[in-house]
Design a protein around this ligand. Structure first.
Ligand SMILES: Cc1cc2nc3c(=O)[nH]c(=O)nc-3n(C[C@H](O)[C@H](O)[C@H](O)COP(=O)(O)O)c2cc1C
Length: 208
């Protein structure tokens, strides 16, 4: 009887936990840097998000996720550097002043920026694809933690994200990758309604 009761209580708790995490997963929305309001997120909360990242699954325990956090003057400097790198590494006939301005000023209303990196480990048994997968899982942990704390984030891969010049600036190796630039802060805007083009049922095959 006692055992039966504990299984019952456990199943209620599991259901509640599922509902909570489902609400966070489905409620998470991308917030563009222009929609941030300039308010600061406490550094402690940024550390809490990074701690979640460190609990992502990792094949071969390579833990390939690394994060560069910018705030205050560091944030402004990153924005300027991003604009400058774009300007220096884009051919004259293609570069646009407005793009440089955008990359420089994207940081203006952000509280923090996190540049997420996949550092390629030395275990030859783990393919790069799996290191990218693990780093992506770490990033998703950050996004979900942010949603739970009411923090707005955008995963951005524009500008110089995939350019070797940013890798060099960050001191990364040839096989490392910048996974994205994350603009973090708060927003006063209403949350957008989430949309997905295809129902999950159309992406799944069951074999019974
Ligand atoms: C790998 C990756 C890169 C992304 N890069 C950009 C980007 O450069 N610019 C952008 O507007 N959104 C970017 N996004 C965010 C998507 O636009 C966003 O996730 C998508 O519109 C779905 O909206 P939701 O996140 O609110 O559900 C990126 C998302 C992922 C997963």
């Amino acid at each position: 009887m006692q055992e039966h009761k504990s299984v019952y209580i456990c199943s209620i708790m599991t259901n509640t936990a599922f509902e909570q995490i489902a609400a966070i997963i489905k409620g998470r929305r991308t917030t563009k840097p222009a929609s941030l309001n300039g308010e600061k997120v406490p550094d402690e909360q940024i550390n809490q998000l990074l701690e979640l990242a460190n609990w992502a699954p990792t094949h071969g325990r390579t833990e390939p996720w690394y994060f560069y956090v910018y705030t205050g003057e560091g944030l402004k400097n990153f924005g300027k550097t991003h604009g400058d790198l774009y300007w220096e590494h884009t051919p004259e006939d293609r570069r646009k002043e407005e793009t440089r301005e955008k990359l420089t000023h994207n940081v203006d209303n952000a509280s923090h920026i996190i540049v997420a990196v996949m550092k390629r480990g030395e275990n030859p048994k783990i393919p790069a694809l799996e290191e990218i997968a693990a780093a992506s899982a770490a990033i998703e942990n950050i996004l979900l933690g942010a949603e739970a704390l009411g923090i707005a984030v955008m995963w951005n891969t524009g500008g110089m994200t995939h350019h070797h010049a940013l890798k060099e600036y960050l001191g990364l190796g040839h096989d490392d990758l910048v996974m994205g630039i994350f603009y973090i802060g708060y927003t006063d805007e209403e949350k957008r309604e989430g949309k997905r083009h295809t129902e999950i049922g159309e992406k799944v095959r069951w074999y019974r």
